[in-house]
Design a protein. Structure first.
Length: 309
């Protein structure tokens, strides 16, 4: 039994225009607030089946929360090691799931090193984006779109480390939808896929400077770059301001709060079709947007960050 829910596929009256439908795959409605539960839940179930005695994560965001949520349902203890910089909201939600939260070090690297020292042979480490089990779990959202009898002309999604991108492309290919292009959106200051696609090889950004913390992988998974070579994928980069504005507009239009990481993808879908920068988005009559969600930025923070951006 998968741990994730089947999510609604909503045709947006707010962003659709005559001849241009916008469909929202509402991953924000997963019980822990993001699509992460699909892949993480699948990886955690596989770990439990292998006999793992404990689940480990070094994500202080939606991936760590998904591991905590999955572990609780599977009856496995969870330890999440996070750096001091972790936001209070996700930390509280991870603890609320009964996971042990260990705060260690000033960067993700230090927290991750500490986690590796704690690691026992019977532990399963759940990566936030770089694992074939995650991609397989994420691919299920495309199966649901196909089961609803809907084939989009293009898909818009956000990219951090590229797990979501890898999974969605896998899902599209499993449907034989090799002709459905994906627009992979990042924010300025977290655009590691854009840099890698431009260079034609993995690129490690010197730092993450975007408010879209869930897109803050300094280097994408090799698989994310690999799928850009086997599937039509175009990169797009929006500003923090555009992503934040999109979140607040989405809250008004669809009454759901999402992170700037998700606002990045929404920003493209909200733009009038004729004004969209990419021809593939101008032409798409049926645009599928993955509303990936995220719990790390409460509404008041969105407002505050937009004032400062
Ligand atoms: C993890 C996450 C992303 C990025 O997903 P990747 O698989 O790392 O590319 C985007 N949005 C939200 C809300 C996330 O939690």
């Amino acid at each position: 039994m998968p741990l994730h829910l089947q999510t609604p596929l909503i045709e947006s009256d707010a962003y659709g225009r005559p001849g241009h439908q916008v469909w929202l795959k509402m991953e924000a409605l997963q019980p822990c607030g993001s699509f992460k539960l699909r892949g993480v839940g699948h990886a955690c179930e596989a770990a439990a089946a292998r006999g793992a005695r404990r689940l480990l994560s070094s994500s202080g965001g939606n991936a760590g929360l998904a591991v905590a949520w999955a572990g609780r349902r599977l009856g496995l203890p969870v330890t999440v090691v996070v750096p001091e910089t972790t936001l209070p909201q996700p930390k509280a939600l991870i603890a609320q799931q009964g996971a042990q939260v260990v705060v260690h070090g000033s960067s993700w690297m230090e927290a991750n090193d500490h986690l590796m020292q704690l690691r026992q042979p019977t532990d399963a480490f759940i990566h936030p984006f770089d694992d074939p089990l995650l991609w397989q779990g994420h691919a299920s959202m495309i199966n649901e779109v196909a089961a609803a009898g809907r084939k989009p002309d293009a898909v818009v999604l956000s990219v951090g480390g590229g797990g979501l991108l890898s999974g969605v492309v896998q899902g599209l290919q499993a449907q034989g939808w090799h002709d459905v292009p994906v627009v992979a959106v990042e924010t300025t200051g977290a655009a590691s896929l854009a840099a890698a696609m431009q260079a034609g090889e993995p690129v490690t950004l010197p730092a993450i400077t975007s408010v879209a913390t869930s897109l803050g992988a300094r280097c994408v998974a090799d698989q994310a770059l690999a799928v850009t070579r086997t599937h039509p994928v175009q990169s797009a980069v929006v500003t923090d301001r555009e992503a934040l504005q999109a979140c607040l507009r989405f809250a008004d239009d669809h009454r759901v709060i999402v992170e700037p990481a998700c606002g990045a993808a929404l920003a493209l879908a909200m733009t009038e079709p004729a004004q969209r920068a990419l021809p593939v988005l101008q032409q798409a009559q049926r645009l599928l947007v993955i509303v990936c969600g995220g719990v790390c930025t409460p509404h008041a923070d969105l407002v505050r960050l937009l004032d400062a951006a």
